[in-house]
Design a protein around this ligand. Structure first.
Ligand SMILES: O=C(O)CCC(=O)C(=O)O
Ligand SMILES: [Fe+2]
Length: 360
């Protein structure tokens, strides 16, 4: 499984507001070096109240009785494939090393079509449908902003990626996922890490992932090029000491946490590996962090189902493809984004021999 390093991952924190004219280049550099980047959650981001609201809804859902969650189970007839609630023990993200399934629950909500969700919500969430739709729309808008910056940095037509990720009435593979990792319960009341893991090592399937975390609930790690695991901070900016030495933080409005962004396998393949998808996992952190529940939310952004993974007409990408010999095509055939997703899901099904599994 690899040892947990003491290291904290050095992931850059970027300002992508229009006033930062170096934004596109800084974003491309981070994506090619680390595959992970924090985005300052300023006017270009998502309101902290909206994120808090979604975390409250998520907690409310995971706290609800198991029968309520069962109604929207991923295995129930009502929910479409990949959509719905995954109970603890259903998903094993790294079957090659894990003795036991991931210690987590998840609720997968597919991308709305024409502003309508394509699956039933549990009763506790139905009154909040508009809030959820608005949050998904905000996540998509942030991904589109990032894809626009990537196109600029790669010297492409600025809509090259965005046009392939969203079009009214057309389905995509995008998915919004609420995650709940219960704290570790041990017989003696300690929270010492054992063989259990919250989410096994994996890389994400799509183009970009946005990850929302909460203060005091660490656990995410990324694999560094040397093969060590490095902790991803929840708050890479930390609390800055006030000049007078007094703790001013209590009197100030709560600062929004930067949003974590990572590159998925599809964008890695599409760019011949120029943009890197990086392996990551979620652990019970040693010490106090392992003894607290962790809630996170991920938005997995995927292209339109029928988007062709044709060569990206950028000199930078083409030079990289020539070096690596990799492209979005299989045996010379240009795939669609949907083919790409199905190929990944099929590989995961075979590994796990379960009806539904795998990161999206
Ligand atoms: O919860 C997290 O921090 C990460 C979740 C994740 O990597 C995934 O669901 O793909
Ligand atoms: Fe992931």
């Amino acid at each position: 499984m690899g040892s947990t390093g003491d290291e904290t991952a050095r992931i850059p924190v970027l300002d992508i507001s229009p006033s930062n004219t170096n934004g596109p280049k800084q974003l491309l550099d981070a994506a090619t070096k680390y595959g992970f980047v924090f985005i300052e959650n300023n006017e270009t981001g998502i309101a902290v109240e909206d994120i808090d609201h979604m975390f409250n809804l998520s907690k409310q859902f995971f706290d609800s009785p198991v029968e309520t969650k069962q109604e929207v189970s991923i295995n129930s007839n009502k929910a479409g494939k990949n959509h719905g609630w995954l109970s603890r023990g259903v998903e094993t993200l790294d079957p090659s090393t894990q003795k036991r399934p991931d210690v987590k629950e998840a609720f997968n909500i597919g991308e709305p079509l024409n502003n309508h969700l394509q699956q039933p919500l549990p009763h506790s969430l139905t009154p909040h449908t508009q809030t959820i739709l608005a949050f998904q729309a905000n996540c998509l808008a942030l991904c589109q902003r990032l894809l626009h910056l990537f196109a600029t940095a790669l010297d492409l037509d600025e809509t090259w990626f965005t046009a392939r990720h969203s079009h009214p009435g057309k389905p995509t593979g995008s998915l919004f996922r609420m995650l709940y990792y219960p704290r570790l319960e041990t017989d003696d009341g300690t929270s010492a890490p054992n063989d259990d893991i919250r989410a096994g090592a994996h890389s994400d399937f799509g183009s970009l992932t946005l990850l929302f975390q909460q203060r005091g609930q660490p656990g995410l790690e990324i694999k560094t090029p040397s093969g060590e695991w490095a902790a991803v901070p929840v708050d890479p900016l930390g609390e800055r000491p006030s000049p007078g030495g007094r703790d001013e933080t209590m009197r100030q409005p709560r600062r929004a946490l930067p949003i974590l962004v990572n590159i998925g396998d599809l964008l890695d393949d599409w760019t011949g590996g120029l943009l890197k998808s990086t392996v990551h996992r979620v652990i019970f952190p040693p010490g106090a962090g392992g003894g607290v529940d962790r809630y996170s939310m991920a938005y997995f952004c995927h292209p339109l189902d029928d988007a062709l993974l044709e060569p990206v007409p950028s000199k930078l990408v083409q030079a990289h493809v020539e070096r690596t010999g990799r492209s979005g095509a299989r045996e010379g055939r240009v795939m669609t984004a949907r083919d790409h997703l199905m190929e990944r899901l099929a590989a995961t099904y075979t590994l796990e021999k379960s009806e539904m599994s795998g990161a999206l």
